[in-house]
Design a protein around this ligand. Structure first.
Ligand code: PLP
Length: 262
């Protein structure tokens, strides 16, 4: 059995905690071959995002063409896509190459408040990219935007999952880390249109969580690239994230990066 290949289509974080860098490190730790197509370059560190430089559509398309012509990924994830033109292009290329096992991390706003997806692009995400998603991985604020509703209870949460799944993804992984009604246990739910499967973990109080969303989606992508089902993949993802947040790196003077060592 040869090594499996995973692709991330996302933004670069020069500080190494989130984005492409988090994804590639996570792919490596989970023993899949990592590839990247960079959509934007950010200047950032543990203190925040100092600059955002989207790549030209031509540069993004050419990266995807190079990969598509030679190195078909067994699974891929999308992260920071920044604007509607980039989203439309990425959706077109995924279709053109017939890539499956697409994990869409609907990245919108960095923990420090920087915009990683322009407001005008939300509709493109809903209409062009979600129909191609095998899995979408919203946190609560992202789920509220995609489902166009407030989430204040478990019933709301399930209603939001229903609405998001109606946009096209096969699975919705609703991440519970931001849920205010859950207390000390974090419960992520996997919804496939018929049942909600719960994945529980203990809440770890930490500010060293920069890039945790990227790392979560990258771990899921790696496990899907290996051919695992979403529910089997999620068990490994939860362990990886739990240990990443428990084993703080304490790098930098701000909001430290998620630990990517398995
Ligand atoms: N920078 C880039 C390039 C990202 O893709 C992401 C998350 O998706 C972030 C920053 C967000 O980092 P944080 O976990 O601090 O919100």
């Amino acid at each position: 059995m040869g090594v499996k290949k995973a692709l991330t289509i996302a933004g670069s974080d020069c500080g190494g905690g989130a984005g492409i860098q988090a994804d590639i490190k996570t792919f490596q730790e989970l023993e899949v071959y990592g590839m990247s197509a960079i959509t934007a370059i950010t200047a950032q560190n543990t203190l925040g995002v100092q600059g955002v430089y989207p790549m030209s559509l031509e540069a993004i398309e050419e990266q995807l063409n190079s990969i598509g012509a030679d190195l078909t990924p067994e699974a891929l994830k999308t992260g920071m896509l920044f604007n509607s033109e980039i989203i439309t292009l990425v959706a077109r290329k995924i279709n053109e190459f017939g890539w499956g096992r697409v994990v869409v991390d609907p990245v919108m706003i960095a923990k420090g408040g920087a915009t990683l997806l322009q407001q005008e692009a939300v509709e493109a995400l809903r209409t062009h990219l979600l129909p191609l998603a095998y899995v979408v991985t919203p946190n609560v604020p992202e789920a509220e935007v995609l489902a166009e509703m407030k989430i204040e209870s478990l019933d709301d949460y399930k209603e939001a999952a229903e609405r998001i799944r109606a946009l096209g993804p096969t699975y919705v992984v609703m991440k519970g880390g931001h849920a205010t009604y859950q207390g000390d246990t974090i419960i992520d739910y996997v919804y496939d249109g018929s049942e909600f499967v719960a994945f529980e973990s203990k809440r770890v109080e930490s500010i060293q969580t920069h890039g945790s969303g990227c790392t979560f989606a990258a771990a899921l992508t790696a496990e899907l690239a290996k051919g695992n089902s979403v529910n089997v993949a999620m068990r490994r993802v939860k362990q990886f994230i739990q240990s990443a947040i428990e084993n703080e790196l304490n790098i930098g003077s701000g909001h430290g990066p998620t630990n990517h060592f398995a």
